[in-house]
Design a protein around this ligand. Structure first.
Ligand code: HAM
Length: 416
């Protein structure tokens, strides 16, 4: 039997309604903040991610699904959404729109990861990007919205960690200090870290190797090197979050795994699961890096697979239930069968969920199926009922039976 590729999953009907619920609720919140949907290609030119995400990141060096297409072009399945969204922003001249541009997306991403709990090779993100504002107020609005989305799903034990990783100006001094610290033990670091030492020493802080993590203990922290502007920006963000009573923890260890970040970075971490559910930050240099005008921006992405894994654990609410048939209509004989088809069509047009037999089942098997499907009401129609224009309708929960005329309006009244 052919099996699905490692790190992918089938989202079956018994579960997909939860995904639909999460997407619907998240979308409501995103749109209340003025975000509009954007959809970008699943694959892009590889160069977009090399330049956007950064060629010394794990994502680019180790995790991309890259291949040559039949025209010998290097193509990559998107490992994240921001680079593609920014490319679309530039390519479609969106800078001429009223600023800022707020966009959301729900898209699958692809990373060749070591598969483990909460870490897949195909996974879905719900993301939001605000392009065209340098103000700390955008950081605050975005973090508050992210907090609202997380809280909407009643997930316990999620904490917000924030940090600032400064701008290229403060980073210069910081990188010197970092190189001095790491340089003392560089021989003991892994091969990847050694190659990153000259080009991008901050990436070494993001290394997942146990030995490198140990060596990184006590490394200088960027917060001590922030320039005046970055420092003021961070103070403003913190103050505004406090005013809005959004709890946060400063985690000077957050460097993020993608190169485009500047200033504010943040992660919503599930303490119970031990992984990050939503993460993001400012990326003030990315639009320019990808060929646009200097345009400041900030965004986040939520790992939908992770959110749903936790959501399933803690939520058994009525609101999130698989839909049950409002009415099962069984028929006896050809005349009734035709009448049932017409009636079912009319009821469905009125947005009722109607089931009828499409398997040529016996009456006994039909009733059994209606029961298995947890139909709320049951109606049996034969020729007599059709001729009389009336039938009995049974409430499957109470067992109560009432007589109804075979008119859409009357049936709806009975069901409601
Ligand atoms: P990221 O931190 O790489 O950021 O991913 C964001 C979220 O996607 C993670 O916090 C996690 O919940 C989920 N995620 C990442 N990798 C996996 C995986 N292999 N399996 C399951 N879930 C995963 C970004 O992607 C940035 N583009 C976010 C952003 C938007 N920054 C600014 N704008």
């Amino acid at each position: 039997m052919i099996q699905k590729p490692k790190g992918t999953k089938d989202i079956l009907p018994e579960c997909s309604y939860k995904w639909a619920y999460v997407e619907e609720k998240a979308k409501e919140i995103l749109e209340n903040y003025g975000f509009k949907e954007i959809r970008v290609p699943v694959f892009e030119q590889t160069e977009l991610f090399e330049r956007g995400v950064g060629d010394t990141t794990d994502v680019v060096q180790k995790e991309m699904y890259t291949f040559l297409d039949k025209g010998e072009r290097s193509i990559t399945l998107r490992p994240e959404g921001t680079a593609g969204v920014v490319r679309a922003y530039i390519e479609n001249g969106m800078a001429s729109l009223p600023s800022p541009t707020k966009m959301w997306y729900m898209m699958p991403m692809y990373r060749y990861e070591n598969v483990q709990k909460g870490r897949y090779r195909e996974f879905r993100q719900i993301g939001a990007e605000i392009i065209g504002t340098a103000s700390y107020k955008a950081d605050v609005e975005l973090i508050v919205m992210a907090d609202q989305i997380i809280k909407k799903f009643n997930i316990p034990g999620v904490i917000l960690n924030i940090n600032s990783i400064g701008c290229p100006t403060c980073r210069k001094k910081y990188q010197e200090a970092l190189k001095e610290f790491i340089g003392k033990n560089i021989e003991q670091y892994c091969g990847t870290c050694k190659t990153r030492f000259e080009k991008n020493p901050m990436r070494i802080l993001d290394c997942k190797e146990k030995k490198c993590k140990e060596l990184n203990q006590g490394a200088p922290i960027i917060l001590d090197y922030l320039c005046e502007e970055c420092s003021a920006h961070f103070e403003n963000v913190k103050r505004a979050l406090e005013k809005l009573k959004i709890d946060y923890v400063i985690d000077s260890g957050i460097v993020r795994g993608l190169d485009y970040y500047t200033k504010t970075v943040f992660e919503f971490v599930s303490e119970t699961e031990g992984y990050t559910v939503l993460a993001g930050g400012r990326y003030d240099g990315l639009v320019e890096e990808l060929g646009g005008q200097k345009t400041e921006a900030i965004g986040f992405a939520m790992g939908e697979d992770r959110l749903i894994d936790i959501f399933e654990k803690y939520n058994q609410t009525q609101e999130v239930a698989i839909r049950k048939p409002d009415l099962y209509i069984a028929s006896i004989g050809e005349v009734a069968e035709e009448a049932v088809s017409t009636l079912a069509l009319e009821l469905r047009k009125n947005e009722l969920y109607i089931e009828t037999d499409i398997c040529e089942r016996s009456m006994k098997a039909s009733l059994k199926y209606a029961d298995k499907m947890n139909a709320k009401f049951l109606m049996v129609m034969g020729e007599d009922e059709v001729n009389a224009g009336k039938a009995k309708i049974k409430n499957m929960t109470t067992g109560e039976e009432t007589q109804t005329e075979l008119e859409v309006r009357k049936i709806i009244e009975n069901i409601k």
